[in-house]
Each structure stands twice: as C-alpha cells, then as structure tokens.
Design a protein around this ligand. Structure first.
Ligand code: LR7
Ligand code: MN
Length: 578
C-alpha cells in the first residue's frame, strides 16, 4: 500500500505545485439527464449506465482490446523498478540522487536505472480485457508537449505509447519541444527518435507555454483524433482502444484515462481509487472527488463504466480533431501553464459536448512538487491571469464567486491586464453555448455556488428596524419583507447592493452609488454582526469604522467601532456563505 504522502493529491492548487492535499469529501452527486436522441435511424440507440445521454452504436464488427505488451513478459524481468515496483537508491548513491532531484523534481537518478520500456501492473478493472471495441476505430495522433523534460522519463513516455498502442490506431507521435534549454533534447533526441518512423519532432522557436504548444502539435497532426499526454507518463496495457471507442461512438465525447500515480520518490506505479471524478472548487481549483457510495449503489455503476466529469485534469485526453477545432481549440491568450483545463472543460460542456473518465484506460503520471522549467513571467500571476480570462468568458454572473475567493485584486485593470477577450466571447456566441447556470444545474449540481454571500432585509439590532433605499434616500424603517426597497445583498466582492446601486461611505455619511466591482471604496467587511468600511479611512481614523444606526433620527452614519453597541449590529435575513 502506498504511503499517505504518495497518494494522489486530490486537490491541485493554482500555483503549479502539487503540494496541497485535501481530505476526501463526498459531495452529493446528482446527474440530471440531458436526453439527447439519436438522429440516424440506422444507428441503434444504447443507454449507457450512469452516462445519461443516449449513445449511438455504430455498425460494423468488433474485437477484443489487444493485450499488447502483456506485462508478464518484459525484456528484462529482474531490472530495477520492473513491473512498476518501487526502486531503491543504493546507500552510496543517496547524495547523487538527492543532488539530481531538481533536474525534474522527482527521483531522476532512479528513473535512469529503470528500463525505458518497463512493464507496469495491469490495473484495469477485470472486465476491461473482455470488452469489445469496433474494428474500424479512428486513428490518433499522440501529442507530447515538453520543456526541459528529463531524458529517461520522456523516452519512457514515448515507449509506453509505441509498445502499448495498436499500430493501426497510432498514426504518429508528435513531440512538441517548447523551446527547451537542455542540450540533450536537441540532436541527441533527434537521433534517438529517428529509429521510430512514427515519431515526429516539432521545435518551437520561442517558448509558447503548454497551451499554444499543444495547438502547434494539433496543427501538425494527421490522425483523426488528438490524444494529448504529459511528457512524464506511462501508458498502461490497452489504454488507447477504450478512449478511441468512446470518441468513435460520439465525436463530442472528450475522454480521459484514469490518471494513476508514478511515485516521484521511488518511481513505483500505483493504482488509484475507483470512481473518481474531476471537479473544481472556488476559485477554480481542480481536484478529484469520489462518487458517493450511495450513488454508485443506487445507479448500479460498475467499476468499468465511464464517469462523467465536470472538469478534466487537463493533461491527458483524447478529442476528435475536427471537434477540437469546431470548439475553437484553446484560447490562445492563455499563457504557459494553468487554467486551460477549466477553459476547455466549460467549453466542452456548455457547447454541447461531454467529458468522461474511462476506467478501462489507465495512464501513470509523475506528480511533481515543482516544475523543472521556468515561467517567463511570474508563476502565480500567469496562472491568475489565465483563470481570469476563463472566468470572464465562461462564468457569466458566477465570475463574482471566482473573484470573491481571493482574487479581488485581479479586478484592478491597472494592475492586471488580462488581455483582449473579444474573440473568445464571439466564439461562445457563434457556438450558441449554454449558460454557466445551465452547466451548474445539469453537469455539476453538487457544487455550492450561491450568487451572493447574504441577502434579504438588513436588520439593525439597536433600532429593531431595517435599512431602506427609497427615492434616493437611505434610512431605517419598520421591517417589511414584502417591501422591495428593503432588499439588499452582500456580494462576493463585499458590496452592499440593491439592484445596481451600492452603499458607499461619504465622509461620515452613507450614500448610494452605481455598483462597480473595480471600485474598492464600495467594499464593506461584514463579520460578527458588524459592517465596517474596508478601504476607506475617514477623518483621520487609522482603522476602519463602523456602520451605525442613528438613535433618534432614522439615518445611518459611520462611527468608531464599539463591540457592545447594538446600534452597530446588522443582520441579513439569509446567509449563504461566511
Ligand atoms: O511552458 C510549458 N511548456 C510545456 O510544454 C510548460 C509545460 N509544458 C509541458 C510539460 O513539459 C509537461 O509535459 O506541458 C506538460 C504539462 O506540464 P506539467 O507536467 O508541469 O503540468 P502538471 O502535470 O503539473 O499539471 C496539470 O495541469 C496543467 C495545467 O495547465 C496541464 O493541464 C497539465 O497537462 C496537467 N497535467 C495533468 O493533467 C496530469 C495529471 C496532474 C493533475 C491534475
Ligand atoms: Mn505533468
């Protein structure tokens, strides 16, 4: 059993480092039917368990998934790390192994000891080797983008594809060198790969980042399906056919293998738990989450059934090439690393496609604690900017949840230039994509996504009255739930809003101003019943000051905060979030 620290990290943070582990939680998962119908009468409808849409079964013959590179007959059965076993560093090599860690942020020394074509345990659910696939599946181009990848892992990735893919389905392997700085990735790589006619190398003259590098790979691809992989992976037995089978059944299915774990420490190949979905939490943080047992039981989901995912991890998937371009590929404005998995996931679901994890397809991946390559600009800023582009194009009114979870600063356009979005917005219109609300309701209903933090009446404890905004006046009056002018909301960007007007401090008075998420003086802290100014210091106050109801008149003012003054206590009718 793998040690706790070696287990897959099920929440990946937005920094590019796989550091954050998260306790496994079990959200309530409900998948609502989308109810698509097969149009061609010659094609037979087939209801797939769990996947709720109706699939189309193509005609033609079938055969079993090929047991290529059966794992019981490796070239060198006693080699280090063979069969995916943990490898150990000899005592006298410990220093060397530690020294070389940062070449790839995994055990580079051990990786070199392990055969380039080692066998790995066949971790597929039992039924997978019996499953039938169509004889006439489409061919695929496998695209590896890399920058400064470690030699041994790059080679092992390529060999695993060459050895475990049926030749007639593997059109080519495209290696996209995203302007690596390492010498061995030039001539030495050319020479090595020249043994394999199916391998092509594309070299980018400038560092493009993995997103644009993938598009360069796609542009050169001649296969019918694109299969993207990270450059430090090992494909398991029978990995390819089940992916292509799904794409063949429905070209709008975008499919991912189960991503297993190659230990960064001992290079062992570890299987991961079944029934894991790709999900995200705010602010667009990718993670995995298990389907609840209850749901699995009730829907009789088998361990080999495709699992629909709200989002994909990003690195490993197959997509019909023409469909990829129909979707407008990736937003080319995304830089270097991060966020592209969210972009393509929202785009796929909202514009008529589906994302699935296929349990019969399994690929190991080295999860690294750090990236062995440099970010041309600041790493955190790069990822944030990418995510903001995605939020602006795809999240509609829900983008406030994204910004409200720690990304307020991105709204200041003088600090962060997220670039031009016209083309992406046009694309969404052209494709007639559904709303983010639709996505939440139909694809990811278990995500908690209240549009505001609190709403309803704002009750003042001292006066036992409620705030009213009427005829351009802000005052307190008898609480009345039916009175619309007493309805306010406390937004994710911490504004106190009624329709399009927001509470604003003006000296020690309060006025209503047009809401504007970029204006920080409109932000209020609301905690432990108090409402405090956030970004404004008034008349020499060095601290924020508090909203207070007038004792006699029905006005509201800003006064020094006083913990026991009930005239400074305010409460909304409903709270959705802290
Ligand atoms: O500028 C770059 N140019 C590149 O060509 C930066 C990276 N790359 C290459 C790199 O060499 C590697 O092959 O792109 C690939 C992905 O980079 P990694 O391995 O550093 O990324 P990762 O595994 O840490 O991150 C995951 O999230 C990324 C977000 O942009 C990408 O989608 C990765 O493909 C993705 N990896 C996976 O989905 C594997 C499972 C891990 C998870 C979650
Ligand atoms: Mn990776």
């Amino acid at each position: 059993k793998p040690a706790e620290s070696d287990k897959p990290k099920n929440i990946i943070d937005n920094t590019g480092k796989h550091g954050n582990t998260f306790n496994r939680t079990k959200p309530d998962i409900i998948q609502k039917p989308s109810g698509q119908k097969a149009e061609d009468p010659e094609e037979e409808a087939l209801q797939v368990p769990h996947s709720t849409s109706v699939l189309v079964r193509r005609s033609g013959g079938h055969h079993k998934v090929m047991a290529l590179d059966a794992t019981d007959r490796p070239r060198d059965p006693v080699a280090v790390g063979q069969f995916g076993q943990p490898a150990r560093v000899p005592r006298d090599k410990e220093l060397e192994s530690r020294r070389r860690w940062s070449e790839g942020f995994f055990n580079v020394f051990l990786s070199e000891q392990i055969p380039i074509d080692r066998a790995v345990p066949d971790t597929r659910p039992q039924i997978c080797s019996e499953n039938l696939v169509h004889d006439n599946l489409p061919s695929t181009s496998v695209i590896f983008c890399f920058v400064d990848e470690v030699w041994s892992t790059l080679l092992r990735s390529v060999h695993s594809v060459l050895n475990r893919s049926p030749p007639h389905l593997l059109k080519e392997i495209i290696l996209v060198d995203d302007c690596s700085t390492k010498d061995y990735l030039r001539e030495q790589l050319d020479v090595y790969m020249s043994q394999f006619p199916k391998v092509r190398i594309i070299r980018l003259k400038e560092r493009q980042g993995l997103i644009r590098a993938r598009m360069a790979g796609a542009a050169a691809a001649t296969g019918e399906v694109l299969t993207f992989l990270d450059s430090h992976i090992e494909c398991n037995v029978g990995w390819l056919e089940p992916l292509l089978e799904r794409v063949y059944l429905d070209r709008k299915k975008v499919v991912c293998p189960v991503i297993e774990v190659i230990s960064d420490k001992d290079m062992s190949y570890m299987l991961v738990d079944n029934f894991q979905r790709g999900i995200f939490r705010w602010p667009l943080v990718f993670g995995w989450s298990a389907l609840p047992e209850e749901y699995i039981r009730k829907n009789q989901i088998k361990d080999s059934d495709p699992i629909r995912c709200p989002v994909m991890a990003g690195g490993l998937f197959s997509i019909d090439k023409s469909y990829f371009y129909e979707l407008g590929a990736y937003d080319p404005g995304l830089d270097v690393w991060g966020g592209e998995n969210m972009e393509i996931s929202f785009k796929i679901w909202m514009c008529g496609g589906e994302i699935e994890i296929i349990p019969c397809s399994r690929v190991g991946h080295i999860f690294r604690g750090d990236n062995p390559y440099k970010f041309p600009k600041d790493r955190v800023k790069t990822v944030e900017r990418n995510l903001a582009r995605v939020a602006e194009v795809w999240l509609d009114e829900y983008k406030e949840l994204f910004y409200g979870h720690g990304y307020h600063h991105l709204l200041d356009k003088s600090v962060t230039d997220i670039g031009n979005l016209t083309e992406q917005i046009e694309l969404r219109k052209k494709l007639k994509c559904k709303s983010f609300k639709w996505y939440l309701d139909n694809v990811y209903p278990d995500l908690v996504a209240p549009l505001v933090k609190a709403e309803g009446l704002i009750f003042n404890a001292g006066t036992r009255k409620c705030l009213v905004f009427q005829n351009h006046n802000l005052f307190l009056d008898k609480c009345d739930l039916t009175n619309k002018s007493q309805h306010f909301s406390y937004t994710w960007l911490r504004m106190l809003r009624q329709n399009t007007s927001c509470l604003a401090p003006q000296e020690k008075q309060i006025i209503m101003e047009p809401c504007d998420n970029t204006k920080t003086h409109l932000r209020w802290m609301h905690k432990s019943g108090k409402v405090l100014t956030e970004h404004v210091m008034i008349e020499g106050h060095s601290r924020p000051i508090c909203l207070e109801a007038g004792v006699k008149a029905d006005g509201i003012f800003l006064k020094d905060c006083d913990p026991i003054n009930t005239f400074q206590k305010w409460q909304f009718t409903h709270y959705y979030a802290e």
